[in-house]
Design a protein around this ligand. Sequence first.
Ligand code: NAD
Length: 255
Amino acid sequence: MSGILDGKRILITGVLMESSIAFHAAKLAQEQGAEILLTAFPRPTLTERVAKKLPKPVKVIELDVTNTEHLERLEKVVREELGGLDGLVHSIGFAPQDAMGGNFLNTSFESVATAMHVSAFSLKSLTMACLPLMEGGGSVVGLTFDAQFTWTGYDWMGPAKAALEATSRYMARDLGPRNVRVNLVSAGPIGSMAAKSIPSFNELSDTWNHLSPLEWSTADPEPAGRGIVALLSDWFPKTTGEIVHVDGGVHAVGG
Ligand code: NAD
């Protein structure tokens, strides 16, 4: 059976638990014919355990996206395993606890800087680390949470996502001539590990229950995974600098 990612080589970050959006992207990518590699943070053992639940065996590479040595050695390891890349999934977000949960006006710059480094700048640093592997062009897909609005308790992750969204547009501009597309999936709330660190996650879920034109389930990361796989495929060949909302339609309604 042929899949929409047949013959594609994809590096996927952010698989931590079965609830990770990236886990579902990885599962669907394999089902659609891709050869994938996973990166792991904080420990490869955690990701390796979850990866056993994927349809096919997969190699896991340790990668802290703020660690320059990890980024520098990535190209060699990926080249040895896959020979090159056709796609890259950035499914990474983090903010220290004092940057979320109603402390917006008092958060230290140190914490804001960490949120920005891990959640926004890393789209650029990770992509540049992988760029030599995408000789024939490629598709880079990241994950955002709609940065047009404020969200209760989301606090400095909001500006970090706004930075991620702007970063993806500038990268789309600068990498277009190399036939590298850069797009984001803007997902609705999903009860992952990252979500557990958002103190107001239940309020975000309630917002979706009230507003979403399509029924939304915080327990189902698969729709976001499908959006990622679609953007990795050849079915969005002239789409770059775009944000595809996989949010049940909440971005389109005004309450
Ligand atoms: P998750 O906790 O499963 O994934 C977050 C990932 O970030 C983890 O795998 C973690 O290892 C990784 N990470 C954190 N710091 C890192 C570092 N220094 N280096 C490398 N990796 C690091 O949660 P998720 O919900 O699957 O989150 C994935 C992406 O989706 C994030 O960008 C998140 O902001 C975004 N997102 C999540 C939701 C949601 O409600 N869960 C909604 C929209 C967007």
